[in-house]
Design a protein around this ligand. Structure first.
Ligand code: ZN
Length: 192
């Protein structure tokens, strides 16, 4: 992966509004077999605000990316655009795009870590027995997958085809029209 920093500037922090400390960094990243993406990161050392986003520099057809999560695929690079839905059906976990959703470049293990963090948050929020049991089981399954034990399916649904899974083992297919209509794009909904 080639990275080229194309712009760095000091901006007013969008979170705490302090002038002159937050940094905005734009990078053009060339991802093999995918193309160029623009990554923008804003970081404020004052209040800890951090936001990053990925914009693919080309728009494509709606696409579904499917890869098996197993010990050999943990380091496979994953590009998740801000409009993509990410799910692991076996674990019953899913992230849908919302207005605050971020595009990011990570790997399969990084996706698992994001789900792990989300489940941990849910465990702190919901303290009824059923939620605790479900959450604890899901957490165990995610942690097992991260250790390379067992398999599951990672599915990314992107109405703009700007995500990608960079591996020979990925299956990329079109999204049928009827399914496409039920996909959130992040532009008109208020849930994440
Ligand atoms: Zn700030």
């Amino acid at each position: 992966m080639n990275e080229m920093e194309i712009n760095e500037m000091i901006i007013k922090c969008p979170a705490c509004s302090v002038e002159g400390v937050a940094k905005s960094i734009m990078k053009e990243i060339e991802i093999p077999h995918f193309g160029k993406v623009l990554e923008t990161t804003i970081q404020c050392p004052d209040c800890g605000f951090k936001h990053s986003d990925i914009i693919a520099l080309e728009q494509n057809d709606p696409a579904r990316y499917v890869i098996e999560i197993n010990k050999n695929n943990l380091s496979v690079r994953v590009v998740r655009s801000q409009s993509a839905t990410v799910l692991i059906p076996e674990l019953g976990v899913k992230v849908e795009p919302g207005p605050k959703s971020e595009g990011y470049v990570t790997n399969v293990e990084g996706i698992l870590t994001r789900f792990e963090d989300a489940v941990k948050k849910a465990l702190n929020l919901f303290d009824d027995d059923a939620s605790q049991e479900n959450g604890t089981n899901t957490l165990k399954e995610i942690q097992n997958l991260k250790k390379g034990n067992g398999t599951a399916t990672l599915i990314i649904l992107d109405p703009f085809g700007q995500s990608n899974v960079v591996s020979d083992n990925v299956e990329i297919s079109e999204i049928p029209e009827n399914e496409l209509n039920t996909l959130k794009t992040g532009f008109s909904h208020i849930e994440e």
